[in-house]
Design a protein around this ligand. Structure first.
Ligand code: ADP
Ligand code: MG
Length: 278
């Protein structure tokens, strides 16, 4: 039977984003701690609502060790609110790791970067592989959406704004990500595609090493120029050339020369690192 709001008690509010509030909740029957995201669909158009429903249905199918697990959804018609219930992540996120290291004047270990790279890539592969009609694009890859568990394993979260990617068009339009990670094709008003997720992942891993994004500017048009030029400083010298070279590939301006997620996963250095973590 479908669960209802009565099956849960609210522990606290975790925070609010642009599209709703995230709360920590406890499922009464087994006291399991979960998180839910409340979204008011009251002002959505009929087609937006349909999009939301199909998105949530897709999220339910995304089962992967490095993707925040979605459990259920509750719809409260009287409040025009949908509650998306998911795994609760309490190990912090990459944003806090970046700011902590910045404050202390330290850098993260290269092995940690490789582990994040490999686990994120495998999570994105699971999304992009759904070529049977629709792929899920993350669209909002940013350090705050990469959660960690107590063993520093990645849990990619917040597909809350991922849009359904239809096969026949093979792209989805609206860009909703963080401007620093915006890819050159998006700057040029082209469509978000799988390679844009690769670019954003490259930016994020670069930031994890350098503790600042590869392209920085004080205004959007300056940032756009830098992104399209695609020039950035090498990551700090203690990181290997292998890592530097792979990040540089992910940050190729030309979409056709930029690797897909599959290409990244078949890089010899990635295969080697992957087996060293197993
Ligand atoms: P944003 O647009 O800022 O990502 P969200 O609504 O996604 O807003 O998140 C609000 C807060 O809830 C953030 O602090 C985020 O880290 C946290 N959060 C989101 N999902 C989870 C989760 N599954 N477990 C724990 N915290 C979460
Ligand atoms: Mg979020």
């Amino acid at each position: 039977p479908a669960c209802t709001l009565d099956d849960f008690e609210i522990v606290c509010t975790i925070g609010s984003g642009s599209y709703g509030t995230c709360k920590k909740v406890r499922r009464k029957k087994d006291r399991k701690i979960l998180a839910w995201k409340e979204m008011d669909y009251g002002s959505m158009t009929e087609s937006e609502k349909q999009m939301l429903v199909s998105e949530v249905n897709l999220l339910r199918e995304l089962k992967h060790p490095h993707i925040v697990r979605y459990h259920d959804r509750i719809i409260d018609r009287s409040k025009t609110t949908i509650y998306i219930i998911m795994e609760y992540c309490d190990g912090g996120d990459l944003a806090s790791i970046i700011s902590r290291n910045k404050k202390k004047g330290t850098y993260v270990d290269e092995d940690f970067v490789w582990k994040i790279l490999i686990q994120m890539t495998s999570a994105l592969e699971e999304c992009h592989r759904r070529k049977d009609g629709k792929a899920v694009l993350h669209r909002d890859l940013k350090p705050a959406n990469v959660f960690l568990d107590s063993d520093n394993n990645v849990k990619l979260g917040d597909f809350g704004l991922a849009r359904v990617l239809h096969h026949e068009t093979s792209f989805a339009r609206t860009y909703v990500g963080t401007p620093y990670y915006m890819s050159p094709e998006l700057v040029n008003n082209m469509s978000y595609n799988e390679k844009s997720d690769v670019w954003a992942m490259g930016c994020m891993l670069y930031e994890l090493c350098a503790l600042h994004p590869p392209f920085i500017a004080t205004n959007q048009s300056e940032l756009n120029k830098k992104i399209c030029l695609g020039e950035f400083k090498r990551i700090p010298s203690q990181y290997s050339e292998h890592l530097n070279a792979l990040l540089a590939k992910m940050l190729r301006v030309d979409v056709h020369k930029r690797p897909s997620i599959k290409d990244v996963l078949s890089e010899p250095i990635v295969l080697k690192k992957q087996s060293s973590f197993e």
